[in-house]
Unconditional design. Structure first.
Length: 212
């Protein structure tokens, strides 16, 4: 039911009456009741408008309709705590590779990947981390981030291969994000840009690191 249709119902419920000039005692009492009804009417009317507005704002920045987590890359933010007031360069739907088996498989075997998708690798920053394009069917850009989720470098336009070169991630890499080739250049990504994840994903990653 539309809000416009609800207004007459609220008026009847609240017994809102036009204001009168006070004269007899009964008129004064009616005015008091009218005032109370008008106040209640305004409160209920404000709820109709404010609650939907609040609900729409509170849903901003959450996972997509299918529940897929999202990651944003923010231009040169001073920290990885949020993106307020910073220019968002890129937003992608991500799948996360935590364990060794999922990291080895990565995106290999897929024929293609939607432009807005990517895969996030959660890595041990104290180890040497390596990547190659074995088994890939489409080219990638691989972005590398440190423990503060700052972009430290990337490998652009890596192509599928038969005899594959092995690439070493920069020292201290804690995250790697694989996206479709050409996107890093298209969106002007550069060292110092920040990877921003949702609170729920940060907690999930922290729990994985602590339990490893």
């Amino acid at each position: 039911m539309e809000i416009v249709q609800l207004i007459p119902m609220i008026k009847r419920y609240c017994n809102v009456m036009p204001a009168k000039a006070a004269g007899r005692v009964g008129d004064v009492e009616n005015d008091r009741l009218s005032g109370r009804g008008a106040l209640l009417f305004m409160v209920l009317l404000s709820i109709l408008f404010v609650v939907p507005l609040y609900a729409s704002q509170s849903n901003a920045g959450k996972a997509g309709e299918d529940g897929t987590p999202k990651a944003a890359i923010v231009k040169g933010g001073p920290s990885a705590t949020g993106s307020e007031g910073k220019k968002i360069a890129l937003i992608v739907n991500i799948k996360t590779a935590y364990d060794e088996e999922s990291r080895k498989k990565g995106l290999s075997g897929l024929q293609s990947m939607p432009a807005e998708n990517g895969m996030l690798f959660v890595l041990d920053a104290h180890r040497h981390n390596y990547f190659w394009m074995k088994g890939m069917k489409f080219p990638l850009d691989i972005l590398f981030f440190d423990v503060d989720k700052r972009l430290t470098g990337f490998l652009p336009g890596l192509a599928p291969c038969e005899e594959c070169r092995i690439y070493e991630a920069p020292e201290g890499t804690a995250y790697a994000l694989e996206i479709n080739a050409g996107m890093a250049g298209k969106y002007g990504l550069e060292a110092g840009d920040v990877l921003v994840l949702s609170d729920s994903m940060n907690k999930e990653i922290s729990a994985y690191r602590e339990g490893r």
